[in-house]
Write a protein that binds this ligand. Structure first.
Ligand code: UDX
Ligand code: ADP
Length: 463
């Protein structure tokens, strides 16, 4: 089976970049990305590539090459479904905010809506690919909806989780560690798996394309994210111990990372992990374990989240106690709001929670982030529902210039590890701040000796 037309439902952080790369690498395949959100589609179609809805290094070049040739962005969902042989589902699966499983389980309503839409529109056989991260056995729910349409159309459901990390999405897609494809253990299922493997084989070496059953593939994605998040919480737990004992978490991280069994990656202590995946996927894993009565398994993984929440709270508390136990009426400057560098994504960013704690203590917060807009920052705070929008607006001042943001501040807090923060004129920042001038480096990226020489009181994580 050769695929010539692909449709992807959902033009977000996963669907957009993934489909752009498939289109670039497979000029013989027509790729149409559809979304209900008209503004988002318009932004993907904007002739000004700086207006793409997702900021990712290298993405604009890929879109520039493929868009209009074999890559299309559209709101005509039915038409794209009808024409495609293979349909990727790449819609959001947020944590449920209501009913059973509230605060833990993944909300699958958008997935179900997609399945129903595909069932309604499809007139010939289709391969449906789960790209969104989903609870184990979601494929059987999708299949059940699709198989009850009564119009004789045959569907094959594949699980093909995306492992890209934001900020490095294009490199990750160009050279993935592996591509995972889960399919049904039947002749038809294997045909579908091979069809998708052939798409990736246009640029991914065959030995990196791994095929499994559907449930292993779904669970592998949750497990990968849980393991990665666990490493961050593990090193963050050690960071607190370092602060008490005189050890330095950077040195500990380096020393253990040189052990080839542990490896050097994901050992950077921080103000806490964020992003749309880690927390959501662990909560989901916890919920699934509980639903099978596996309480010890659930408790084990829940601890990763508990540690992460503690790390964010601890960072905020440290600012308050260091600033003589009150931040009321004091200006605190946040450098960074995104959940990591090189992205404009702010979902679950530690900055949101740290700001929330400090606003409770009546701090005035100034924010500078090179890629995040003021409206997003206010929306993030409003979403927590801790105080009114008006109060958030009056407590937070978003500035387009980092030096202006730091002017007359009591303290600067680094919340995101943007490279540019390292090259700022820190003498100039110091000169314009109130004294004593504090820096709380939530990412351990600044030069401690240099800052101390200027006169800053410098506080890092884990030393
Ligand atoms: C993650 C997974 O890496 C990716 O495979 C999956 O597809 C989606 O979830 P992402 O959330 O984009 O990707 O970013 P990631 O680089 O994993 O970082 C997650 C969070 O952990 C960030 O807030 C980051 O700052 C933090 N982190 C990461 C640390 O605090 N320390 C580290 O050593 C590494
Ligand atoms: P992710 O990080 O998983 O890509 P995003 O929230 O960035 O998540 O993107 C998901 C996209 O899916 C959103 O742009 C949303 O509008 C879109 N979407 C959700 N449900 C549907 C649907 N039924 N049809 C089309 N698009 C949808």
């Amino acid at each position: 089976m050769k695929i010539s037309k692909i449709c992807c439902i959902g033009a977000g952080y996963v669907g957009g970049p993934t489909m752009a790369v498939i289109a670039q690498k497979c000029p013989h395949i027509q790729v149409t990305v559809v979304d209900l959100n008209e503004a988002r589609i318009a932004a993907w179609n904007d002739s000004d590539l700086s207006k793409l809805p997702v900021y990712e290094p290298g993405l604009a070049d890929v879109v520039a090459e493929a868009r209009g040739r074999n890559l299309f962005f559209s709101t005509e969902v039915d038409k794209a479904i009808d024409e495609a042989e293979m349909i990727f589902i790449s819609v959001n699966t947020p944590t449920k905010t209501y009913g059973i499983g509230k605060g833990m389980a993944a909300d699958l309503k958008y997935i179900e809506l997609c399945a129903r839409q595909i069932a309604r529109v499809a007139r010939d056989n289709k391969i449906v690919v789960e790209k969104s991260t989903l609870p184990v056995r979601t494929a059987s729910a999708i299949k059940s909806i699709l198989d009850h349409t009564g119009n004789g159309v045959q569907f094959q459901i594949l699980s093909n989780p995306e492992f890209l990390a934001e900020g490095t999405a294009i490199d990750d897609l160009f050279a993935p560690d592996r591509v995972l494809i889960g399919g049904e253990d039947s002749a038809e299922g294997q045909k579908a798996v091979n069809a998708l493997a052939d798409v990736y084989a246009n640029w991914v070496p065959k030995d990196k394309i791994l095929t499994t059953n559907v449930w292993s593939s779904e669970l592998s994605k949750l497990t990968a994210n849980a393991f990665l998040a666990q490493r961050v919480s593990s090193i963050n737990s050690i960071s607190e111990l370092c602060e008490k004992t005189g050890a330095n978490v950077n040195e500990v991280g380096k020393a253990i990372g040189l052990d080839s069994r542990i490896g050097p990656k994901f050992l950077k202590a921080s103000v806490g992990f964020g992003g749309s995946c880690f927390q959501k996927d662990i909560l989901n894993l916890v919920y699934i374990a509980k639903s099978y009565g596996l309480n010890e398994v659930a408790d084990y993984w829940e601890q990763v989240i508990i540690m992460n929440d503690h790390q964010k709270r601890r960072f905020a508390k440290n600012i308050i106690t260091t600033l003589y136990n009150t931040v009321s009426g004091k200006k605190i400057t946040f450098l960074g709001w995104a959940f990591k560098k090189d992205t404009n994504d702010t979902r679950e960013s530690a900055a949101i929670y740290v700001a929330d704690y400090l606003l409770n203590e009546q701090a005035n917060i100034a924010v500078f982030d090179p890629k995040v807009e003021e409206q997003q920052i206010l929306t993030d705070l409003d979403y927590l529902d801790t105080r009114s929008s008006e109060e958030n607006k009056s407590g937070v001042d978003v500035t387009a210039d980092p030096y202006q943001a730091c002017k007359d501040s009591h303290a600067v807090a680094v919340l995101t590890e943007w490279d540019e923060f390292k090259t700022y004129d820190w003498q100039k920042i110091y000169d314009n701040m109130l004294k004593p001038a504090f820096v709380f480096d939530g990412r351990n990226i600044l030069n401690k000796e240099e800052l101390q020489k200027i006169g800053f009181i410098y506080k890092a994580i884990g030393s």
